[in-house]
Design a protein around this ligand. Sequence first.
Ligand code: CTP
Length: 398
Amino acid sequence: LLGKFGDEVNMPVYVVGGFVRDLLLGIENLDIDIVVEGNAMEFAEYAKKFLPAKLVKHEKFMTASLFLKGGLRIDIATARMEYYESPARLPDVEMSTIKKDLYRRDFTINAMAIKLNPGDFGLLVDFFGGYRDLKEGIIRVLHTLSFVDDPTRILRAIRFEQRFDFHIEETTERLLRQAVEEGYLEKTTGARIRQEIEKILEEKNPLKSIRRMAEFDVIKHLFPKTYYTPVMDRKMENLFRNIPWVEENFGEVNKFYAVLHVFLEFYDEESWEGVKKRYSLKKNLINEVKHVEKSAQALLEMLKEGVPTSFIYPLVKGVSNETICHFLAYLEGEEEEKFKAHLLKIRDTKLEKIDGNYLIEKGIKSGKIIGEVLEKILMKKLDGDTRDEEEILEEILA
Ligand code: CTP
């Protein structure tokens, strides 16, 4: 249909990028990127007349988006040759517009197009061997300046490699390492880096990507005081093993903050301020990290010894889900199981009869004392005291 519209307004129309890649891999993708050789706005306006879609125009970028039912999104752009004006790029006057558009993209597997105009419908436009690389499972840049043009591609290469279980090709790896070494990650805004890391963490097996980031020295260049040692790797493994359990039992985990919990151990005031500003981190994150750092060893010993739940309670009272994940990063095997049992008990133990009002009626006025008394009753219950709450209260008051 879009191809037919293209003919009607006299523009070649292509579907490009991730959609083509996923189509060839047989993977569903509801984000359709369209490139027209002509005015994208005009094309979008025209298409809108015939489609039950909402049109959003981005005048500044000369692009438009059509939102259809069922989550389908169609982005429309005008074919362009350069995002990034670079003197090192050879201006090949012979190149067709769509070829130039594809040439500015990240990897060969993302640089294919399929023509949609009825005359050529379904024609695969593949100038750079994308189809071959897709079949062989290779991540390859199109030219030597790809990572320099856009350093977030360093993280994208790792993400796609892991997502499809592909491999970063040798020259591409060399260029990637070079861009890292020359400090191009540092030249990129923290917001864009954070976004890419978050995307990596939304994928199926992020641990693999984190290990790859470490291998390429990317972590050091993003978090200057983080040394990805074998000890840290083990924590990361424990962390990722336990995130699904925490989400199931305690709700959503912000994976970015969970990973940062481990990365930011041993940060001092100054290095913390740096990353906080760069990645717009929440103020309290460092205190959460320090809390775990300070008490993890004690927790481990208590779990080994087999203390009652009331000993564990103060460490996890009111903490974030990411903090729970961080504690779990220190644990394995028996201790991990014990800690989880404590956590569930704490989650499920509540005072049923007695609350603040009840104590006020009993004549206790100080808020501080009320809090302390309630907590004492709770601790008793956590440790398996099955007596009536009132009975426990009497004992405490006595
Ligand atoms: N692209 C690029 N360089 C980037 C980001 C994007 O060249 N830094 C190009 C690629 O051709 C990519 C397309 O823009 O295919 C769309 O980008 P995006 O939607 O971010 O990625 P997808 O490839 O669609 O991947 P995903 O499945 O993760 O959405």
